[in-house]
Ligand binder design. Structure first.
Ligand SMILES: N[C@@H](CCC(=O)N[C@@H](CS)C(=O)NCC(=O)O)C(=O)O
Length: 212
C-alpha cells in the first residue's frame, strides 16, 4: 500500500490521516505535473493531482475517498460509520463549499501564486476570499463555541477536512485570531503530532519559499 503525496494542502491532509490512523503504508513524494511525469501518473490519476492511494493493484484519488478508505482499513470511526455519519458528511460538504473554499481562495492568491511564480496576488480576489471567510467563520465559530470538535467530544475526519488550509496560514494570513473558538480548535489540532508534523521523516523537497 502506498500513498503518493506532496507538501501541498490536500496531500498533506491525506498523509496526516494515514499517520493519525497509524496506517502501515509507504509514502512516496510525487510531482505528477512536473515535466516528463504525466505518462507515469496519468494511469494513476487522470487529473494529475495528489494524493493518490495505491492498494491491491488499484488506485484511489480524492482525499475524502482516501480518508474513508484508510479509516475503514484501520477499523476506525475517524470516518464515522455510525449515526454521526450524515452529520460528518454535512460538515465535509459545507467545509468544501464555504470555510475551506474561502481559505483556498486567499491561500491561492497570497501563497501558491507567489510561491510558484504563477502571477501577482490579486487583491480583489483576496478581498472576496476574506469576505467569504468571515461569513463562514461566524458559523463555524458558533458551532465550535459549545464543543471541542465538530461532531462533539470526539475528533473526526470533518475536523481534519475543515482545517485543510490552516497549516498554511503563514502564507494566507487569514484572521483566525478574530475567532477564539476556531483558534482554540486549531490549537487542539496542533497538539496532534500526525496533524502538526505529518511529513516527519519523509523524503519530500520543501516548496519554494514565498518571495519577500
Ligand atoms: N479534490 C482533490 C484536490 C487535489 C488537489 O488539488 N491536489 C493539489 C494539491 S492541493 C495537487 O495535486 N497539486 C499538485 C502537487 O501537489 O504536486 C482532493 O481532495 O484530493
Amino acid at each position: 500500500m502506498k500513498l503518493y503525496f506532496s507538501r501541498n494542502p490536500n496531500p498533506r491532509l491525506a498523509v496526516a490521516v494515514a499517520r493519525f490512523l497509524k496506517t502501515d503504508i509507504s509514502f512516496e513524494f510525487a510531482a505528477p505535473m512536473a515535466p516528463g511525469q504525466s505518462e507515469r501518473y496519468l494511469p494513476l490519476n487522470p487529473n494529475l493531482l495528489l494524493p493518490i492511494l495505491q492498494h491491491s493493484g488499484r488506485t484511489l484519488w480524492e482525499s475524502d475517498a482516501i480518508a474513508c478508505w484508510l479509516s475503514r482499513h484501520a477499523g476506525s470511526n475517524f470516518w464515522r460509520t455510525d449515526d454521526e455519519e450524515p452529520d460528518m458528511i454535512r460538515w465535509i460538504s459545507w467545509a468544501k463549499e464555504n470555510f475551506m473554499k474561502a481559505c483556498d481562495i486567499v491561500h491561492w492568491e497570497r501563497g501558491t501564486k507567489l510561491r510558484y511564480g504563477i502571477g501577482p496576488c490579486d487583491d480583489t480576489m483576496v478581498a472576496e476570499g476574506l469576505s467569504q471567510f468571515h461569513k463562514a467563520a461566524v458559523i463555524l465559530e458558533s458551532e465550535l463555541s459549545g464543543r471541542p470538535w465538530i461532531l462533539g467530544e470526539t475528533i473526526s475526519f470533518a475536523d481534519f477536512r475543515m482545517a485543510t488550509f490552516l497549516p498554511f496560514n503563514d502564507a494566507a494570513r487569514l484572521p483566525i485570531e478574530d475567532y477564539p473558538a476556531i483558534r482554540h480548535w486549531s490549537d487542539r489540532l496542533d497538539q496532534i503530532e500526525a496533524w502538526r508534523d505529518p511529513f516527519r521523516g519523509l523524503d519530500a523537497p520543501c516548496p519554494p519559499p514565498l518571495p519577500n
